[in-house]
Design a protein around this ligand. Structure first.
Ligand code: AMP
Ligand code: ZN
Length: 107
């Protein structure tokens, strides 16, 4: 936990979010500024700043995030999705806690 981090504060329930799913390893919540009919953020509970900070021992969380994306796809009845990671300031990253945008379309 990094208590200066917005997403750690969401994980800690200090800041409210519309939580879609949570377990020991990840949280899924709705983006506050949706860019598609469904716009979820999938984040690891471990504070990792960017995709470039993912270490060998964190690799399992990346595949797990893909599994969670598959589950959300089915649960929400999506017909297509984009799973996006913005990495680094130049890559459009604004919140420095690793997250994947799940943009989904239902029709
Ligand atoms: P990125 O630019 O990839 O770092 O994406 C950060 C995302 O976090 C943006 O799409 C924001 O709309 C979203 N966001 C910022 N604050 C909140 C919040 N309090 N609750 C949910 N989503 C947020
Ligand atoms: Zn964090």
């Amino acid at each position: 936990m990094d208590m200066n981090c917005l997403f750690c504060k969401i994980l800690d329930k200090q800041i409210p979010a519309k939580i879609e799913y949570e377990d020991d390893n990840v949280m899924v919540f709705h983006d506050i500024n949706p860019k598609a009919p469904v716009h979820l953020l999938i984040i690891p509970k471990k504070h990792i700043a960017t995709m470039m900070d993912v270490t060998e021992e964190d690799l399992s969380i990346i595949s797990y995030i893909h599994k969670i994306a598959q589950e959300q796809y089915h649960k929400l009845g999506l017909k297509g999705m984009r799973l996006i990671n913005n990495c680094g300031e130049k890559g459009g990253q604004e919140v420095f806690h690793l997250h994947y945008h799940l943009l989904g379309w239902t029709e």
